[in-house]
Ligand binder design. Structure first.
Ligand code: SF4
Length: 140
């Protein structure tokens, strides 16, 4: 089994200053672990996104690792594949330094388009699935 770029490079930059949107299923899955919604969800323009700590990192990032990795949001799983406003299609987030080491399939792109539709309630909607202020790669 190949090592993900995130693990290979020990990178968790994408979990820092993240505004990862969440689906209802993401929220339910994480609540099932025993977390309360108010512990990990905040709303930006009515859209639920992962909460961050004072330093801007995701509430679930601990010692450079995702403590809910197996249950992480779908957007985290697909990153650095993102949906970009204006282009209205999937692309690789240029902020991720290891983006070209990831392999995505057409199914991943379809999944991303479905997430965009589900979260923003309309098709290819002028959003990215990973809105970020600083860049980096997702941990695999
Ligand atoms: S992978 Fe985990 S730590 Fe990183 S943004 Fe997603 S939930 Fe947070």
């Amino acid at each position: 089994m190949s090592t993900s770029p995130c693990l290979k490079h020990r990178c968790s930059k994408c979990c820092i200053e993240t505004e990862m949107p969440l689906t209802k299923r993401d929220i339910q899955r994480i609540e099932n672990l025993g977390f309360k919604e108010e512990d990990f969800v905040r709303y930006v323009d009515g859209i639920p996104v992962l909460k961050t700590k004072e330093d801007g990192s995701c509430v679930f990032l601990e010692d450079g690792k995702c403590k809910i990795y197996k249950y992480r949001p779908d957007g985290c799983r697909l990153y650095p594949l993102v949906w970009v406003k204006g282009i209205e299609r999937a692309t690789l987030d240029p902020h991720c330094p290891y983006r070209y080491e990831f392999r995505f399939t057409h199914k991943d792109v379809e999944k991303l388009a479905e997430l965009v539709k589900e979260i923003y309630h309309h098709e290819g909607s002028g959003v990215t699935t990973k809105i970020r202020k600083t860049g980096g790669a997702k941990r695999g």
